[in-house]
Design a protein around this ligand. Sequence first.
Ligand SMILES: [Fe+2]
Length: 431
Amino acid sequence: MINWRGSLLGATTAPLMAAMLATMAYAQDPIVPAPDSGTFHHRVLWIKDPASQAVLSWNTREEGTNNRVYFDRVSRAGDIESYSKSSKSFKTGKYTMREVDHNWVDPAHYHHVHLSDLRPDTVYYVVFATDESVSQEFHFRTAPGDDKDVAVLFGGDSRIGGSDPYDHNDRQKMNRRMSILFEENPDIIAFVHGGDYCQLAEWRYLEPWLSDHELTTTSKGRLLPIIPARGNHDRGVGYVEMFSWPDLGQDYYFETTLSSRVSIITLNTEISLGGDQRDWLDSTLERVRPENRWVVASYHRPSYPSVRTYQDGATRRDNWVDIFEKYTIDLALESHDHALKRTVPIRAGEHDPENGVVYIGDGGLGVPQRNPDPERWYLQEPGLTKPAHHVHVLRFNSETLRGTAYGMDAKILDDFTLTPRKKIPVSSIDQ
Ligand SMILES: [Fe+2]
């Protein structure tokens, strides 16, 4: 049997194998491998202050000795001598993966470069280099430092599953949908992922996830920065190796200042929700709520599930929802249940159209969809739920926060509009 990657590696048999694979292998095994050499899996990570910082990451088969990003504010067409700046990797290593006997392939090496002191709302042209291997030129735009309108993509659960553990066609279709949305809407500046990327502990699943993520890059080479939340399938060290940020540790809860008036709070449902994380959530919302027109929380396991039981959301409701309501956040982004949902505005466990918090989700970036329970009180109109792959575009403007859910075929599955909270002192918004 031809395994999912290894047969491509034989130098003398490569042409023959390539011909065979072209005619039959991918029909059985749809995973298209990353290259055997050079740089690949190029991506941008946003955690803190994306107006001035980013981590640029890539993979290689060999470890390399000089792993570096060259960058500039004008295109240099990949000529590394021409770029005004370069920065060396702060973290390089080999992915720590669980060995699987029947088709083990050595994991790749990761490289992460932290860029700081960037200019806000500025396009940076970059190439990724390991020793003599240099990527094509890509570019990304930093977040605005002012009150400019911004938009993000939001979705979760891009792992594959179902009867065929290698079938990632639906994920690829959703990534292509995201690429089209990103290409057609230049106001989209990032991708908020709600967790469960793949079966992350195994390289045979992580490598195709990283290859598929490259499908979100536009035809002109614009990279889509990812703001990641950690899911229950992302507990291993591979997550820290995939999404590395200096001094972030293992906890992975953080605040991302998307613009001067938009804050994304990413929480981690895979560690203790109380204690330090709850205290951090309280103190962070106390700080960011008065400063921002829009405050959104993103995390994996839902407080108001669409598929799992209501009781299943109790831990999040007990530890976080009272704080969401104390500071009246605008929207909560959830995943994990594998269905489309929007709740009614909720406060104190009841429908509150005036001051409630809306929860959307629940994961549809390629994972097989489940049947939600449409009878639950919090999923009644104007809420909704149904099984459907989906990705949301969230647009943060001065007057509205508009959320639109797109299906795999571009059909609009949901569309809602929120207005700014009246409780926020006007002086703190307009100053
Ligand atoms: Fe999950």
